[in-house]
Design a protein around this ligand. Structure first.
Ligand code: ADP
Length: 312
C-alpha cells in the first residue's frame, strides 16, 4: 500500500510565487523516504500541504488511501508531524506538552500518561518531564516535538529538517531512534538539505529544486549520479611541482594546497598512495563543493539535456 500519493500538486502563494509546479510523488508503506533539496526548493511547502498547514492551489494528496480534501480527519489521524519551527506553549511542562497532544486525538488520560512516560524515556527527556520549555536546549525541544508527534502512534511520521541546529551527538541518537521506529513499521518521510543525512537514513530519495521533482530513486542509484567530486588537500610540506598521479587531475592552489578531481569509482586510497610515491603527505582534506549542490546541478543539467533532446 502507498503511505502517501501526491499528484500534480501546485502551490502559488498569494505573492504570486509559484512554489510547487506540479509535483507527483509516491511513498510506499514502510519506506524511509527523503525529500532532499536546497533551501527554498519547496520542501516545507509540500509538507505543509500534506499536513494541512498550507492550502494547495491544485492537485491531490492521499494518505493511506484517504483523500486530504474528502477525509481530512482520517489523514490527520494517520500522520505525526514534526515541523521545522518550535511551536510549544512556553509555560507548559514537558510531560504536559505530550499528554495534552494525546487529548487532541481522544486518547484517555490514563493511556496518555503511560504513552507519555514511554516516549519521554525513549527520547531521553524523562528527567526533564517537569521542566518548562525555556529551560530546554534546542536538541531537547527537537526531541520533545518528536515525542509529541508520536503520541497517537501515527503510521506515517513526517519530519521537516529534524536535525537542524542539533549537535552531532544528539543528531546520531535521533537518527538511531528514527531507524528503530522505521524498523518497527512506521513509514518516515523527512526533508533535509543535508545530503549526508539522506544518505545515511533514507532508502529512497526525491530530489526537489525550484518546485519540481528532479529525480526519484533509491539512495544508491541517486548518489551514483555524482560523477566526480573535487577535494581540497592540505599538505604537510610546500610542493616543488605538481605531482602527476595516473587517473587523477591535480592542480596546485598554493604551495601547500592541492585540488584533486576524483571521478566516480576511483579511490582516494589510490590518490594518497600515488601522492606518497612523490613524497607528498596530505594532512587534511575537505570536499570543495557541497555535494548536494553538485547533485542538483547534475540532475538539472541532465533534465535540461533530455528536454532539449525532446524539443529537437
Ligand atoms: P524549503 O522548505 O525547500 O526550504 P519552502 O517550501 O519553505 O522551501 O519555500 C519554497 C519557496 O516558496 C521559497 O522561495 C520561499 O521563499 C517561498 N515561500 C514560502 N512560504 C511563502 C509564503 N508564505 N509566501 C510567499 N512565498 C513563500
Amino acid at each position: 500500500m502507498d503511505a502517501l500519493v501526491v499528484e500534480r500538486l501546485r502551490k502559488v502563494y498569494s505573492s504570486g510565487f509559484d512554489a510547487l509546479k506540479g509535483v507527483d510523488l509516491r511513498v510506499e508503506e514502510g519506506d524511509f523516504f527523503g525529500l532532499l533539496g536546497p533551501n527554498g526548493a519547496g520542501k516545507s511547502t509540500l509538507i505543509g500541504i500534506v499536513t494541512s498547514l498550507v492550502n494547495k492551489t491544485g492537485g491531490c494528496v492521499r494518505v493511506f488511501g484517504q483523500d486530504l480534501d474528502r477525509a481530512p480527519e482520517a489523514v490527520k489521524a494517520a500522520l505525526g508531524v514534526v515541523p521545522q519551527e518550535f511551536n510549544f506553549n512556553l509555560f507548559l511542562p514537558v510531560a504536559e506538552v505530550v499528554a495534552n497532544q494525546a487529548g487532541y486525538f481522544g486518547i484517555s488520560r490514563r493511556k496518555a500518561k503511560a504513552r507519555t512516560e514511554f516516549l519521554l524515556k525513549k527520547l531521553d527527556l524523562w528527567e526533564r518531564r517537569r521542566s518548562e520549555m525555556r529551560d530546554l536546549s534546542g536538541g531537547m525541544k527537537r526531541r520533545l516535538m518528536i515525542a509529541r508527534a508520536l503520541v497517537h502512534r501515527p503510521r506515517l511520521l513526517i519530519l521537516d529538517e529534524p536535525t537542524a541546529g542539533v549537535d552531532i551527538e544528539i543528531r546520531r541518537s535521533m537518527w538511531e531512534y528514527m531507524r528503530e521506529l522505521n524498523a518497527e513499521g512506521t513509514t518516515i518521510i523527512l526533508t533535509t538539505h543535508y545530503l549526508e543525512e539522506a544518505e545515511s537514513l533514507c532508502r529512497n530519495i526525491a530530489l526537489i529544486d525550484h518546485g519540481r521533482i528532479e529525480a526519484v530513486a533509491d539512495t544508491r542509484a541517486l548518489l551514483a549520479g555524482l560523477d566526480a567530486e573535487t577535494f581540497v588537500l592540505n599538505l604537510a610540506k610546500p610542493l616543488g611541482q605538481v605531482p602527476r598521479v595516473d587517473g587523477f587531475e591535480l592542480t596546485a592552489l598554493d604551495a601547500t594546497t592541492l585540488e584533486a578531481h576524483v571521478r566516480r569509482g576511483r579511490s582516494l586510497t589510490a590518490l594518497f598512495a600515488g601522492l606518497g610515491r612523490h613524497g607528498v603527505e596530505v594532512v587534511s582534506m575537505r570536499n570543495k563543493q557541497n555535494r548536494l549542490e553538485q547533485l542538483v546541478m547534475e540532475m538539472v543539467a541532465r533534465g535540461r539535456g533530455a528536454a532539449t533532446a525532446r524539443a529537437a
